[in-house]
Design a protein around this ligand. Structure first.
Ligand code: ARG
Length: 278
């Protein structure tokens, strides 16, 4: 009997411990003991569309890229741990809109339309839309896209830019949930061109020489764009991350990461001038 109650005690204690471990918190941020100093470090849920190399993509099951290194450096500065999850392009906006996630990072261009629904960090990356075409294509600029079939990632600034040229929901615009599928459509001759962020299509053309693709720019039609971190409206994290972004720009970390991924120095003056406008 004595033996029995001892066993029962062990079972009940284990059950209580297991149940306690299963307890879920309603917030996205988990408090965690930081091993070293014992001070609290929160883990933020970061959502991304990891199909946009070299900014964010999956390599052997791991999410990697320029923006992953960037946000890790910024979060370290701000004193947060991150849990970065690939959810897809539309879900990034849905999760942030529903406050299911703390930060969205996905080469997201800051624009007035999005600002109505979300908050953005300071701008941290300069980009523009460009046109990816086969080497022997007669497309030289944005106006040449008229009468052609153009593949884009749905809901991106590339999609909006092509709608501006061909017309809203024009039948010749093929829209994909994933930018890699848009590029695949071009390779499979289902489209004449892809319009997307220069960093992505320039890297693709360079890394896939056998596909014989080239990139055409059009500075008069396609605006300069700046990427920002996406926050739920009113998020208190924005202020903290803005300070941390400034720090990684000032202390050289940003340039170091940029150099690692793009093999050149960033245009710090232009980006900082845009930060100062905010
Ligand atoms: N910069 C463009 C935009 O904000 C495209 C971004 C697409 N990002 C991605 N991870 N698929 O609309």
């Amino acid at each position: 009997m004595k033996k029995m109650s001892g066993l029962l005690f062990v079972i009940i204690t284990s059950l209580v411990l297991i149940l306690a471990a299963c307890g879920t918190s309603k917030t996205n941020t988990k408090e965690e003991k930081n091993g070293s100093g014992g001070e609290e470090k929160k883990t933020l849920r970061v959502v991304t569309d990891a199909a946009y190399a070299p900014f964010e993509y999956q390599d052997k099951g791991k999410i990697v890229g320029f923006e992953i290194d960037f946000i890790n450096a910024v979060a370290k500065e701000a004193g947060y741990e991150l849990e970065i999850v690939h959810v897809g392009w539309d879900p990034v906006f849905i999760e942030i809109g529903q406050k299911n996630a703390d930060i969205g990072i996905s080469s997201i261009t800051i624009n007035d339309e999005r600002k109505q629904t979300y908050d953005f960090s300071l701008p941290y990356f300069l980009s523009t839309n460009k046109i990816l075409v086969p080497e022997d294509s007669d497309i030289q600029n944005a106006a040449d896209l008229v009468g052609k079939v153009v593949a884009v990632q749905k809901g991106t600034t590339g999609d909006a830019a092509v709608e501006g040229i061909l017309g809203k929901n024009h039948k010749d615009i093929k829209k994909f949930d994933d930018n890699n599928l848009a590029i695949l459509e071009l390779i499979n001759n289902g489209a004449d061109a892809v319009v997307a962020d220069n960093g992505v299509i320039e890297a693709y053309a360079k890394n896939n020489p056998d596909q014989k693709l080239v990139v055409k720019g059009d500075g008069t039609t396609f605006d300069a764009e700046y990427y920002g971190l996406l926050f739920p409206k009113g998020s208190e994290l924005k202020a903290e991350f803005d300070v941390a972004i400034k720090t990684v720009f000032e202390n050289g970390t940003y340039s170091e990461i940029y150099n690692e991924w793009f093999g050149m120095d960033p245009d710090l003056e232009t980006i900082k001038a845009e930060q100062d406008k905010q």
